[in-house]
Design a protein. Structure first.
Length: 145
């Protein structure tokens, strides 16, 4: 019945929002369960438009969960970037690249982080007052020090 009313139309987006809220509330395992559900919906229903963001959020939650998180997060971020590029979703690519750049910087790869972030940041020609582009600009400045 839910699909007859259109209630499932934004399901992956809503699940991603819920997972992000779980992470902010410190309920990381619950957030990862929600992400798993969202990825199931992506596979079962083919609702891929928010897939890159779901994978990015998975990386964020994995980093919060445990020490093996960085390796798994790296994989999630790289996959998110790959999917966003295939979809031409530059804003989602930017978000995932910001997350990956932060992780790489923490691991001592500041130059690599700065280079990859500058590449996507320089693609944009407008919207520099948006939160993501402000975040990217701040991170680029930090990486430049």
């Amino acid at each position: 019945m839910a699909s007859a009313t259109g209630a499932e139309m934004w399901r992956t987006y809503n699940l991603a929002q819920l997972a992000e809220a779980c992470g902010k509330a410190g309920r990381v395992d619950e957030g990862l369960e929600v992400i798993a559900e969202a990825l199931d919906v992506v596979q079962e229903k083919g609702e891929r438009w928010w897939e890159a963001e779901i994978l990015r959020l998975r990386g964020e939650l994995l980093l919060k969960r445990n020490r093996s998180g960085p390796a798994q997060a790296l994989t999630s971020y790289e996959r998110a970037i790959e999917i966003a590029r295939k979809q031409g979703a530059k804003s989602l690519e930017l978000r995932a690249t910001i997350s990956l750049a932060r992780l790489l910087a923490k691991q001592g790869s500041r130059d690599e982080a700065r280079t990859m972030l500058a590449e996507i940041y320089n693609w944009f020609t407008e919207g520099f007052d948006t939160a993501d582009l402000k975040d990217a600009k701040t991170l680029l400045a930090e990486l430049g020090d």
